[in-house]
Design a protein around this ligand. Structure first.
Ligand SMILES: *[C@@H]1O[C@H](CO)[C@@H](O)[C@H](O)[C@H]1NC(C)=O
Ligand SMILES: *[C@@H]1O[C@H](CO)[C@@H](O)[C@H](O)[C@H]1NC(C)=O
Length: 311
């Protein structure tokens, strides 16, 4: 019995330690210009978008800094020429990659408008082998999703507030749907999110699990280490996550490699088209309205107050 309780003590001590992380990177204001790369690439998800270079994004005001705030938006002033691949927008990727870590995002506004498909996500090399975690992705309420190589499924019942959409995380050949979880609060996404000046998203990835939390800015239960962007955090104190991906039927450690953080805003595309009509927008995606009415895009912007990474 003595032995057993000692083992339990060691188990609890190490699991408590494992939930404590120290800050390694703070991104705010111009950090998003200098420590992220701008990727002027064709959208692999077939969006109606033209990702521009850093110099174009800066010259056209698609990215801007105000104090510690960083804004990333789509072009909301020009009519799109018929020869363009789509509306000008921005995709940025962190220069650093992170293995086991926690990402906390203090987000005050996210892109809203017909056909907008914004995302904040993390991806490893050689997709899907290095794994992908979608923290924020274009649906309301928010959906969080894992994409992996073969041999990764999620139990249908687990300790999370959100509800399971699909349980097979395997992506790459055939279906790229991944194993998604829909959040419980409407204000986790889009217009409702923006009305309350957003809130805090957090993602913890270790070799044994992935967890994603969301706290609306108006919530009374935002952990103080999250709210204050503390130099040390303890995810054990954060309560039940919206999405929980355990290693029951998925070796998380071998399915995820050190990942870049990516922030992108595309239009229509594989997912945006599917949600376009149900969001009360006229016509079809890639419609003339999207190219001819730039003013529809005035709310198509991210306003990030800070993003911190802990390890
Ligand atoms: C934009 O984000 C989504 C994740 O929601 C991703 O699947 C897609 O490939 C991204 N597009 C680009 C060009 O990175
Ligand atoms: C940063 O954004 C917040 C949220 O919108 C706003 O309240 C604050 O005034 C902004 N600060 C600056 C310096 O722009």
């Amino acid at each position: 019995m003595k032995h057993l309780s000692l083992e339990f003590l060691i188990f609890f001590a190490s699991s408590a330690l494992a939930a404590t992380f120290g800050i390694v990177d703070t991104y705010q204001g111009s950090d998003f210009l200098n420590r992220f790369d701008f990727e002027a690439i064709p959208d692999p998800t077939h969006g109606y978008v033209n990702y521009v270079s850093k110099s174009t994004a800066m010259a056209d005001g698609l990215v801007s800094v105000s104090g510690n705030n960083f804004t990333l938006k789509a072009d909301d002033t020009n009519i799109v020429s018929s020869s363009a691949s789509g509306r000008n927008s921005v995709r940025i990727q962190s220069q650093k990659t992170y293995g086991s870590h926690v990402t906390v995002i203090n987000l005050a506004h996210m892109p809203k408008g017909c056909g907008t498909w914004p995302a904040i996500w993390e991806v490893g090399p050689n997709w899907p082998n290095g794994g992908e975690v979608d923290i924020i992705e274009g649906e309301s309420p928010n959906h969080a999703t894992l994409h992996t190589s073969s041999g990764c499924t999620m139990p249908s019942s687990r300790d999370e507030a959100g509800y399971v959409l699909l349980s097979n995380c395997v992506s790459g050949s055939g279906s790229n749907t991944g194993c998604g979880v829909a959040f419980t609060s409407a204000n986790s996404y889009g217009h409702e999110f923006n009305l309350i000046q957003g809130g805090f998203y957090a993602m913890e990835r270790t070799t044994t699990e992935v967890k994603i939390w969301f706290w609306p800015r108006t919530a009374s239960n935002i952990p103080s280490d999250v709210k204050n962007g503390a130099s040390s955090i303890n995810t054990n104190g954060w309560g039940q996550p919206q999405a929980f991906f355990p290693n029951t039927n998925c070796d998380i450690g071998s399915h995820f490699a050190p990942s870049n953080i990516i922030i992108n805003l595309t239009f229509c595309g594989d997912l945006g088209s599917a949600t376009y009509a149900s969001s009360g927008c006229p016509g079809t995606c890639q419609c003339q309205s999207l190219s001819n009415n730039p003013s529809q895009m005035v709310n198509a912007y991210f306003l990030i107050m800070w993003l911190k990474v802990y390890q």
